[in-house]
Design a protein. Sequence first.
Length: 323
Amino acid sequence: MAEIIRLKAPGGAEQLELAQAELPPPAADEIRLRQTAIGVNFIDIYQRMGLYALPDAKIPGVEAVGIISAVGADVQGFKVGDRIAYAGAPVGAYASERNLPAWRAIKLPDTLSDEVVASSFVKAITAHMLLNRTYPVARGTVLLVHSAAGGLGQLLTRRASHLGATVIGAVGSEAKADIARQAGARHVIVGRDADFARIVGELTEKRGVDVAYDGVGGTTLLKTLACVRPFGVVASIGQAAGPIPPVDVGDLGPRRSLSLARPSVMAYLNETEAYHLAAKAVLAGIENGVLTVAGQSYPLSEAARAHADLEAGVTSGALYLKP
């Protein structure tokens, strides 16, 4: 029997419960995975709240690391004992064991620990998508990263700085400001109620940033629009502080001439070629230390506590569950 975390009903963290489930044999194109570390992401919270529908099993989670314990009849290139990571659908990572389409599996080098990969994999692939497809960041690019001390925020900051870009990070406290600076932020704005537009204007000689990444949501997105130069890009990537108010097309242009992106990492992960290319690049970045972020461990049975801590903003870096 596999231990699972199941959602009783959409709502708060208290709706997550520990249960057991019997796994069928893997299908012909599947592997069975004994999971060793499971990443926790804001998308899991959105699944729990009902913003994104869960499959019938009601198990959240989109990434994990583990060891293959069985392979389907048609699976090639993998064997029992291989250590792999995966990200994306089918949702259901909050489990001690699960079956998974073999094409999702990414073999891991011995040099990377389960915990490091589980802390970074989906977040680093998200950063890859944002820095390459959403807006091609390069030397000289100036960008604004909200929640720069969080798991994704740190990875965006580290990778963009490594590329030669200038990062302006926004954080909620002085303690988190130090984390953002350590990740490579050139400038840090402290406080959710800060006058982002004024400060960014001062830092960029009134030009504005080329691209801004907002995972805060609430009223922050509308404030962020005023931080971006004409013909720049605003990427709305989450709503940790609450639903995003409707955006009037007039807020984007023609005076501002902005592009508003709402990119989905799940859609990115569903593109087979993009997924495998991004996974390869991300693992290389984790190995060389660019795409790593400190991880905080919780037992699988305490997934609800991990969710509550992440929502409360009392953590920095990345969270993962240990079955």
